[in-house]
Design a protein around this ligand. Structure first.
Ligand code: GH3
Ligand code: MG
Ligand code: MG
Ligand code: MG
Length: 324
């Protein structure tokens, strides 16, 4: 490794130092069919990056779509194929849209290089390629790709955080509040049934008081998993706060919803919850109120009120039961 060697010798090599920045060792695909050119590119790049060569343009697109490349170097002087077409295909394919594209051309190729940049290629190199320029431009593309990925991941995770409950992985109250009305209106509009369950863990305060808050958290996670296991993908399951969970069931009658509720109640009661770092396991039960949309309901709130009332009666009647 060049950067390593120069550091050991005490030679300042800013290029090598920059290229050895953490994570800037990229995976590069070179699409070029002249062995002399690929050999030179490969020997320069492979000190810092993983370099793969592909001479066949069709195969190159397949590899670009399947491999996780940071950058693709496309020759504009392929014998049997237009390099510009590869550039545009790379930019339009779903799987390669984020890969950075570097064109490799001759000085006389200026007009085509310009078209390539318009198509969406990120940068270009003019042959004969200076080694330092090659490394600098490739490094910039690797950095750009990594930055784009980090940005995408962080946007995705903050979008998830806004609608998910962090402890249980269920949806959160905010999401439920925004979806509930839509699901209610949809079911009314299409004259389909809609039901909901309001679940509340029985005597959960005792779990916390006896085993500690962390054990309580573990119970909540396991509880959420069991509820999820009893529901379908189209059902909306949300933690409303504390140890209360709401399930909204589209296209489900009151009877069918009661059956789902009973299945959940049994599944929670059936096996004690085991907690980490504790040989004892905890018996947990849940009370569930059930309601379904009625023709006269003006909003989801009215249905929810009935489910809440039913839950209250379930608690009153001795807990560990399903009440309509
Ligand atoms: P009931 O059968 O009437 O529902 O009794 P309960 O003890 O479950 O009801 P209560 O509402 O009195 O207690 C709920 C407890 O849940 C109190 C609160 O400290 C605890 N709690 C709320 N959120 C969390 C949490 O995120 N983690 C843990 N471990 N406990 C929580
Ligand atoms: Mg309570
Ligand atoms: Mg409770
Ligand atoms: Mg509660």
């Amino acid at each position: 490794n060049r950067a390593f060697a120069s550091r050991r010798l005490g030679i300042a090599d800013p290029l090598a130092a920059a290229a050895s920045e953490t994570g800037l060792n990229g995976r590069i695909l070179v699409i070029e069919d002249r062995p002399t050119v690929t050999e030179r590119l490969s020997s320069a790049l492979s000190a810092f990056h993983i370099v793969e060569i592909e001479a066949d343009p069709h195969q190159a697109l397949v590899r670009a779509a399947e491999g996780d490349y940071d950058s693709v170097l496309v020759s504009l002087d392929l014998k049997a194929y237009d390099g510009l077409r590869i550039c545009s295909q790379l930019r339009s394919l779903e799987r390669t849209r984020n890969v950075s594209v570097l064109m490799l051309g001759e000085a006389e190729d200026r007009a085509r290089i310009l078209r390539g940049l318009e198509i969406g290629a990120h940068d270009f190199l003019i042959r004969p390629v200076d080694r330092n320029e090659l490394l600098a431009r490739v490094r910039t593309q690797v950095r750009r790709k990594r930055f784009t990925e980090r940005l995408r991941d962080s946007v995705q995770s903050s979008m998830e955080m806004a609608v998910m409950d962090q402890l249980t992985g269920l949806h959160n109250r905010r999401f439920m509040d925004s979806r509930m009305g839509t699901m209610f209106d949809e079911s009314a509009l299409r004259a389909r049934s809609l039901a909901m369950l309001v679940l509340d863990v029985d005597r959960f305060k005792v779990v916390n008081d006896t085993w500690g808050h962390d054990a309580g958290d573990e119970v909540l996670r396991e509880f959420a998993d069991r509820v999820r296991a009893c529901t379908r993908g189209i059902d909306l399951v949300a933690r409303m706060g504390g140890e209360e969970v709401v399930v909204v069931l589209p296209d489900t009658s009151l009877d069918a919803a009661c059956a789902v509720a009973e299945r959940i109640r049994e599944r929670v009661e059936a096996e004690p919850f085991s907690i980490h770092r504790n040989t004892r396991s905890i018996t947990v039960t849940v009370s569930i109120g059930v309601a379904s949309r009625r023709a006269g309901d003006a909003s989801a709130a009215e249905m929810m009120k009935r489910a809440d009332d039913a839950l209250y009666r379930a608690k009153d009647a001795g807990r560990n039961r399903v009440i309509v």
